[in-house]
Design a protein around this ligand. Sequence first.
Ligand code: PYC
Length: 414
Amino acid sequence: MPHRLLKFALSPDYPESRMFRAPPRLGDRYDVVIIGGGGHGLAAAYYLARDYGITNVAVLEKDYIGAGGTGRNTAIVRSNYLTPEGAAFYQTSLELFQDLSRDLDYNLFYSERGHFTLAHSPASLRTQRWRAEVNKHLGIDSRVVTPDFIKECVPELDLSCGGHQAPIYGALYHPPGAIARHDAVAWAYARGADERGVEIHQNVSVTDIDVRDGQVVGVQTDQGYIATNKVLSAVAGWTTSITEMVDLRTPLVIYPLQALVSEPLKPFLNHIVVSASLHLYVSQSTRGELVGGASLDPYELISMRSTLDFAEGLAGHMLDLFPCWSQVNVVRQWGGLCDMTPDFSPIMGTTPIEGFYIDAGWGTWGFKATPVSGLTMAHTVATDADHPLIRPFHLQRFSNFQLVGEKGAASVGH
Ligand code: PYC
C-alpha cells in the first residue's frame, strides 16, 4: 500500500485538481494585498471576491497557508460570550460555520457536539448560572445542567475527579458548541478565493509597507515591490511585526498557547469538555484523536515550541477527569502564538493610516471567528467603512476607554 500511494503521489496523472493555482509570479500592482494566508486572510479574500467583485487581490503568506494560528488551535466553535457586542459577533460566525461546508462546497467536518464548562464548586456554579442568564438574554443557547445530565452525556467522566480535585457540581451547557477541521477551513476559503481570481502566494514575506502622506502606496516583499492602496494585515501572532512597519501602536502582547493530540481512538466522546478550574479543554476529532489544550504559557514570548511541562500538566488534569484514559498515547503536540488584548476582544477595522486595515487581537479565540472576520473585513476593505458588527472592536477603543471586556467568556482561565 505505501508503494502504491507513493506511485500515485509521484504520477503526473494525479487525478485530483489542485486546491488552488500556483500563481506564476508576483504582480506589480493589486487592488488589495492581504498579509497572512491563514483562515482570516483567506476568508477576507473570498468574501471580497464573492460579495464585492474585487478579485485583483494577492494573499501573501510567508509560510504555507494555514501554518499559523489556523493550523495550531483546537478548532472549537461556540458563541457563549458575555457582551452584547461579542455575542452578536460570535453568533454570526457560528451561524456562518453551520452552513459553510455547503457554501464552500467542501466538507469541513463541522460537527455540532455541545460544549460543557464544568463547575467544580458552588461558587463556580453560580458564575455559570449568571453566564447562562446573560447568554439567554443575548439570544444565545446556553443553560446550567446537573451532574446527572453531564454523566448521561459523557459517561466516561469521573464526576468526583478521583478525589484529587474538587468534584463537579454542574456545568454551563452550550448545545451549538462545535468542532471543525481547521486546515480544511483554510483550504476551502483558498479554493473559493482562487476560483474567483484571487492570487495566493505562499513563501512570500512582507519586509516593509510603503506609506506616504498617511496613505498606503505599496508593499515591499522579499520577492519584489507591489504597488497597492489597500493592505489588510491578518497575521494574528505576528501582528506586531507588521504594525511596526506602519508605526501603529497597539496594546497587543504575544503569549504562546500549546495543545496536543492523542492517538486515534474509536469515537466515544461526543461533547466538548472544558474545565476552567483545571485549565483544560478536550474534544474528540472526527479522526478519533483526543484534542486537548490548556491556558496560555505563563510568559510573554514569541515561540511555537512545545514543552514537556505542558504535556505533563495537561495529561495529569485529563486523568483527573477521565482516569480511563491512562493508557492512551499522546502522539503530537504543538505551540501557537496568541496576540492578546487587554479586554480579550479583537482589534478590527480601519486605522489612522489610510488604506491600512487590521484584523488582530485573536488571542485564543480566533478560529471560531474565521467566517465572520472574513465577511466583516471584506466589507470594511471594500467600502472603507467599518462593518457594524466590528465597530466596537476598533483600535480606538483603547484611547476612548470603551473596552469590550470578554475575559469571563474565555474558555479557560487565560
Ligand atoms: O475560546 O473556545 C475557546 C478556546 C478553546 C481553546 C482556546 N480557546
